[in-house]
Design a protein around this ligand. Sequence first.
Ligand code: SAM
Length: 185
Amino acid sequence: MQKDRIRWNEKYKNKETTSVKPSKIIEQFYRLAPKGRTLDIAAGTGKNSLFLAEKGFSVDAVDISDVALKTFSRCHSRVHAICADLDTFEIPRERYSLIVNTRFLNRRLFPYIREGLVTGGILIFESYLEGTGEDYCRPSCRDYLLRDNELLHAFLSMKILFYQETKIHDQKDFCHMASLVAVKI
Ligand SMILES: C[S@@+](CC[C@H](N)C(=O)[O-])C[C@H]1O[C@@H](n2cnc3c(N)ncnc32)[C@H](O)[C@@H]1O
């Protein structure tokens, strides 16, 4: 949606520094995936895409913000930036050995994520929970927040290797996150 692109481009334009460290959960679990193609859903400024490309994966990095994608897409030959709206984006079937989704939620994608993996492929998914009213660093709109156990239930047709719901400290703030690692069987 054009409105989302403008909003996210504005955010990224004004951002002074971008994190280059990958998400902890990616560092912890990426080795479980067979080498091959990776899909980074809502890649942002590419911290996970670049890390995975360095580790030998070919990465399709999808995001609506061309400003964010421009910051990193030329940094690695194994990263393929795709500027697209995930409200309508079609994940190719049985294409990926690894799909990662961090700090982003689009429930429409749940079945397509599973279908997008090859058998034996790994999903690493971590995003914000509703948490308590005191959570600061999370989206304000409830549509973008997971309910308790929702992520676990969404992927029960896969073999769950790891699942947790926990409070995460982010600089001075905190939020609650659900984290899942699963393999397609
Ligand atoms: C909180 S950031 C997360 C970025 C990265 N995954 C991370 O963990 O740092 C959310 C990302 O979702 C992207 N986004 C928001 N709505 C989108 C949409 N409809 N289609 C594609 N990307 C979208 C934004 O541009 C932004 O980069």
